[in-house]
Design a protein around this ligand. Structure first.
Ligand code: ZN
Ligand code: ZN
Length: 381
């Protein structure tokens, strides 16, 4: 199986990505500290570390105080952390310490003036919390939830530009490899080809493990691609994405090489209508749950409500799944600049499945699709 065109139509190296205003983000965190019941915050979740500093290493802790921003990392990242922080235009002090114990000693010193120190409840292990509680003595440790994540919900134009770039790379990569489906590749070989095509266009990696689920495997929403060959006339769920400068894309298409039959066509058409209804519902000021209801109503009406076994969508950004959730139980409201997926699916155990997904950015008037690969059930034989 050949890997698409030798000269990609979309190439990150020819795209102009606007600068991001990383430096102003710490000020927005500081404005939230008091409301969260703390005087300073220790950030341990790596996507949040990156969001506040531009540092993308695998080990980093950030301390936000009213007057200082300090990044702790280790000797592997001495040069990289300096370069990335300078490039992001962030005024941060860097503390290089070889061990967590040494980092903890400096943190304890720096946080002594504060009565209440916020920790990220979803990012601190039990062991670390215990160790810090001992090391920090008098300082009260306050669990905070989604403080930085809440700020990440609404994307800056520079962030949307990166997600858009990742989406257009994914669109173009799928277009280049889709004809190979007619050659009866294994799911695994097709997934690999798709991933190579995204890397060739400048993506730094995949945003999650690519899903290629053919025939009955399509009934498992998160199937892993295996050695099964994609046969003509069966549904294939392809769910994939890539990363550009840390930002993710996410798209699903369900296709068939040739005619999959009347039942499969009906199933696909219902999911397409459901996906369109969800997309049409997206706009600033709309409740996340209302988008889910719009998509779900179409599938309920077709009698498959029980087989739409997941939420309608999720936020996308530095993480492939981030706030807000678009589900029955979601309580949030969409705002302009939020990036979410709309991805209803129906899964018939033992038979197969259909899911269609786009990543969209919320605008005042509605939603603008960032993934735009055409939705056609049948692809060429
Ligand atoms: Zn997806
Ligand atoms: Zn998704």
């Amino acid at each position: 199986m050949k890997s698409g065109s030798p000269l990609p139509g979309v190439d990150l190296r020819t795209m102009d990505l606007p600068a991001m205003d990383v430096g102003s983000r710490t000020g927005r965190v500081r404005a939230c500290l008091d409301g969260a019941g703390c005087d300073a915050l220790v950030v341990t979740r790596l996507p949040n570390v990156r969001y506040l500093t531009g540092f993308s290493g695998s080990a980093g802790v950030v301390l936000v105080t009213p007057s200082e921003l300090v990044l702790f990392t280790d000797g592997r990242y001495t040069t990289q952390s300096r370069e990335q922080i300078d490039e992001a235009g962030v005024a941060a002090r860097i503390e290089i310490r070889a061990t967590q114990a040494a980092q903890q000693a400096v943190l304890a010193d720096l946080t002594r003036p504060f009565a209440r120190l916020g920790l990220e409840a979803h990012g601190v292990t039990w062991a670390r919390q215990r160790s810090w509680a001992e090391a920090f003595g008098e300082v009260e440790l306050v669990p905070t939830e989604d403080l930085v994540e809440g700020l990440r919900r609404v994307k800056e134009p520079g962030e949307v530009a990166r997600i858009r770039a990742a989406c257009s790379i994914a669109d173009d990569a799928l277009g280049s490899v889709l004809p190979c489906l007619a050659e009866r590749p294994t799911e695994r070989a097709f997934a690999l080809n798709l991933e190579v095509a995204m890397r060739e266009r400048g993506a730094s990696g995949t945003s999650f493990d690519t899903i290629v689920a053919s025939g009955p495997n399509g009934a498992k929403p998160h199937a892993r691609p295996g050695e099964r060959r994609v046969e003509h006339g069966e549904l294939v769920v392809i769910d994939f994405g890539c990363i550009v400068d840390g930002y993710c894309s996410d798209m699903t298409r369900t296709v068939s090489v040739g005619d999959p039959g009347a039942d499969a066509r009906h199933l696909w058409e219902v999911v397409r209508e459901s996906q369109q209804a969800g997309r049409d519902a997206v706009a600033a000021g709309v409740e996340c749950a209302a988008v889910d209801r719009a998509s779900r109503a179409v599938i309920d009406a077709a009698g498959w409500g029980e087989l739409f076994s997941h939420g309608t969508g999720h936020g996308v950004g530095l993480e492939i799944h981030e706030a807000p959730r678009v589900a029955k139980t979601s309580s949030g409201t969409l705002e302009a600049g939020v990036v979410v997926t709309v991805e209803p699916g129906v899964y018939l155990p033992g038979v197969g499945g259909v899911r269609l997904e786009d990543t969209v950015v919320v605008t005042d008037a509605g939603a603008e699709a960032l993934t735009s690969f055409p939705k056609n059930l049948e692809t060429g034989t």
